[in-house]
Design a protein around this ligand. Structure first.
Ligand SMILES: NC(=O)c1ccc[n+]([C@@H]2O[C@H](COP(=O)([O-])OP(=O)(O)OC[C@H]3O[C@@H](n4cnc5c(N)ncnc54)[C@H](OP(=O)(O)O)[C@@H]3O)[C@@H](O)[C@H]2O)c1
Length: 269
């Protein structure tokens, strides 16, 4: 069994750590969070877009750091802790945003790529929260913003592992929200519907009728609403009309009707 990650640095300047900050919602969350004036730590695999974003933030007087890391690796949480310590920082806020999806039937998609979703969307997010939360609770400040999805509200035939990973993240977030109540530490799960980012093309989602038809929110709007909801202590944040509707309608619909529909609408073409 892998050893749980040691807690991150307890001392130093407070920082906001954003994973998946090289594009999409993560980059926009970093821009929005940077207004708070804390050091920003950008984490993803691709260094050049994060360096460009860090330069943009520094030009606006906001301190930013780039930590290129493959978060699917089990050594990533310790490496990120070491990177924080080397810069004299502690994690005040953790934004668990890095994630990806794959469209296609469970038994037909590449097994390693699907296990990669488990490693990143769920294992890495959990390991980073395990490393960051003890310090936050001791200080009585800060928090964790997990980026889930409306996919976390229902099972997703033809994207089964992704939907399950987001259901896990929602469940984890809600449990931690309850555990942290009254501590001064905020835990939220941001659950957007489809958003215009490279995510959709990377997942091959454009081949599914459901995603071709549904309206797509702008990443900046999702980030603005997500950050505001987090700072207000919201447990679940539904940043667009579609996410609001999904969260309310799905529990009312019989699964026997819903699942064949989702399967058909998410069939790759
Ligand atoms: N777009 C949507 O429709 C939508 C809807 C609901 C929820 N979400 C969620 O929003 C989050 C952000 O997605 P997005 O739409 O902004 O997509 P995106 O633009 O593709 O961003 C994904 C980010 O995750 C990073 N990442 C991927 N694999 C990684 C790894 N192994 N280690 C470290 N970083 C990694 C990517 O950077 P590198 O490739 O440089 O590593 C990138 O910065 C995801 O959790 C996604 O599930 C998206």
């Amino acid at each position: 069994m892998t050893k749980p990650p040691a807690s991150w640095p307890a001392a130093g300047r407070p920082a906001i750590v954003v994973t998946g900050a090289s594009s999409g919602i993560g980059a926009e969350l970093a821009r929005v969070a940077a207004r708070e004036g804390l050091d920003l730590v950008l984490v993803a695999r691709s260094a050049p877009p994060m360096q460009a974003l860090a330069a943009e933030l520094r030009a606006g007087g906001m301190p930013a750091h780039v930590v290129p890391l493959d978060l699917a690796s089990p050594t990533a949480p310790a490496a990120l802790g070491a990177a924080l310590a080397a810069r004299g920082l502690h994690c005040e806020v953790l934004v668990n945003n890095a994630g990806y999806a794959l469209l296609g039937p469970f038994a037909g998609l590449d097994a390693a790529a699907q296990l990669g979703i488990v490693d990143l969307n769920l294992r890495a997010a959990t390991a980073l929260a395990l490393a960051a939360l003890p310090g936050m609770l001791a200080r009585g400040r800060g928090g964790v913003l997990n980026v889930g999805s409306t996919a976390g509200f229902l099972p997703g035939p033809n994207m089964a592992v992704y939907y399950a990973s987001k259901a896990y993240l929602r469940s984890l977030s809600e449990a931690l929200w309850a555990e942290a109540r009254g501590s001064g530490v905020a835990i939220s799960c941001l659950c957007p519907g489809p958003v215009r980012t490279p995510f959709l093309a990377r997942a091959g989602i454009g081949r599914a009728r459901l995603f071709r038809l549904l309206p797509k929110a702008a990443a900046r709007q999702v980030a603005e609403r997500g950050w505001r909801g987090f700072r207000r202590g919201r447990r679940i944040i539904l940043p667009d009309p579609l996410s609001w509707l999904t969260a309310r309608a799905v529990p009312l619909l019989p699964r026997a009707l819903l699942l064949p529909l989702v399967r058909r609408w998410q069939r790759p073409r």
